[in-house]
Design a protein around this ligand. Structure first.
Ligand code: SDX
Length: 427
């Protein structure tokens, strides 16, 4: 018998098995707790709750460690590609040369959208937020791909996973083109996944578009940094939606909706807007005081994390990538100096030190994406594009788990106890 966790409740003693993973905190298996004690656990925000078993991504928040199938994010960002990392997340191992070539060819040949979907865009206002368009168009994919929504069929799951990974760049680029009134640019199968995305976004029919290798590499690395991140809010949304048997397109649309929030994936857009509002370094102390003020809802966007209580390893890579992009484009941005100074002042302030609030993946990404030419409204779209592989990998892992069941949390009820209806003339 392994270690047991002991609980005394209602005058009785109970024991629950402690389960061990390959690394990280053990878990107390409380699946029988309600049946045995008649009590629920209470954990709003799931700060102490493991919702599932997973072999995809491991995060050590205290050490600032992020592993995808065991490989450190810093090594993948430096040595891998987004397509190779996507294969790794989906299949569990790094691909051979032939496996990678086959995977890339498969994804490449799913990049086109059904032509009817182009019409779908025209139903939106030109100034619609691209995330609103993404939610709508990705959800609508289930109306076009009936041939791959039988989630019990591994082949259907594989095809719909490939379709989602392949079509997100096309959908994202089309959302941008629609917002600026330019014609949609069709995929070019001779380009890499990321090069094709850059061309669909910034290319125009009137002239050839040349992919800048340094920008292609930086963008690809940014996609790697956003690929997956354990059971974050949007991934948990995808898992919960998928647990009902909903089709993968609808589940990913739900994940996109959740990612949009400023506390989550919307933080990259919010962080750049915050830096623009701060403007010059001399105004930073005022904003740091606001962030510390309990009566002020203002927070330093791009700072803090539920899991990382040390530096987010993705932010480290993001900062070095920023310098590479500035060098490649021979540009600079005064907001970068403001961001560096904000980080320096915040990390020397006891409030941020005691609460272990460090820059996260969203703090620098906006400055890079802005330098490459994306408007702030596209930042979370890019996050969703990259996170799609993580969402589909997590969804596949859940659906193929034989013990999988619908997610259905309970509650602590604090409303009125039973009472009888009162006729209106007696109220
Ligand atoms: C992402 O989960 C993931 O893995 C997400 C993600 C992924 O890859 O999927 O990593 C992507 O979402 C990154 C996080 C992006 N969000 C932001 O940058 C928004 C700003 N950050 C905060 O909103 C906040 O830090 C969260 C939402 C990220 C985390 O919130 P928690 O874990 O619920 O922590 P908390 O709100 O309880 O904060 C702890 C304390 C609080 O003070 P007290 O109530 O204890 O006095 O720290 C304070 C908070 O007020 N605090 C901040 C702060 N973040 C937390 N104070 C000022 N500025 C901040 N940014």
């Amino acid at each position: 018998m392994g270690d047991q966790a002991k609980l005394s409740a209602g005058g009785a003693d109970f024991e629950y098995p402690i389960l061990k993973g390959s690394v990280g905190p053990d878990v107390v298996d409380i699946r029988k707790l309600y049946a045995q004690t008649g009590k629920f656990t209470f954990d709003p925000g799931f700060t102490s709750t493991a919702s599932c078993e997973s072999a995809l991504t491991y995060i050590d928040g205290d050490e600032g460690v992020l592993l995808h199938r065991g490989y450190p994010i810093g090594q993948l960002a430096e040595k891998s590609s987004f397509m190779e990392t996507s294969y790794l997340l989906l299949n569990g191992e790094l691909p051979s040369k032939d496996e990678l070539t086959t995977f890339e060819n498969t994804i490449t040949r799913h990049t086109m959208l059904h032509e009817q979907l182009a019409t779908f865009y025209r139903g939106f206002r030109r100034d619609a937020h691209p995330m609103a368009i993404m939610c709508g168009v990705v959800g609508a994919l289930s109306a076009f791909y009936h041939d791959s929504t039988d989630i019990a069929d591994p082949e259907h799951r594989k095809i719909s996973s490939h379709r989602l990974i392949a079509k997100m760049p096309t959908i994202a680029a089309m959302a941008y083109k629609y917002s600026v009134g330019q014609p949609f640019v069709y995929p070019d199968n001779s380009l890499s996944y990321t090069g094709n995305f850059l061309r669909m976004t910034f290319g125009v029919p009137a002239e050839e578009y040349e992919v800048i290798p340094a920008i292609e590499k930086a963008m690809d690395r940014i996609f790697i940094l956003h690929a997956d991140h354990e059971q974050n809010a949007s991934t948990s949304t995808v898992r919960l939606a998928g647990s009902s048997g909903a089709n993968p397109f609808a589940c990913i649309a739900a994940g996109i909706a959740c990612l949009w929030g400023p506390a989550h994936g919307g933080a990259n857009e919010a962080a750049l807007n915050m830096l623009k509002e701060i403007g010059t370094p001399d105004r930073i102390p005022h904003y740091i005081e606001r962030a510390k003020d309990k009566n002020d809802p203002f927070r330093l966007m791009g700072f803090g994390h539920r899991v990382y209580k040390n530096y987010d390893p993705r932010a480290t890579v993001m900062q070095s990538t920023l310098r590479e992009v500035f060098d490649a484009l021979k540009v600079t941005d005064p907001l970068f100096e403001t961001a560096l100074r904000l980080e320096e002042l915040a990390l020397s302030d006891p409030y941020f030190v005691e609460k272990k609030l460090f820059p996260n993946v969203d703090f620098y990404s906006g400055i890079i994406l802005s330098a490459i030419g994306f408007p702030t409204t596209m930042f979370t779209v890019l996050f969703a594009l990259a996170r799609t592989v993580g969402w589909v990998a997590q969804w596949n892992e859940m659906i193929s788990d034989p013990g999988q069941k619908i997610g259905r949390p309970r509650q602590l009820y604090t409303g009125p106890t039973q009472r009888d209806y009162l006729a209106i003339d007696k109220r």
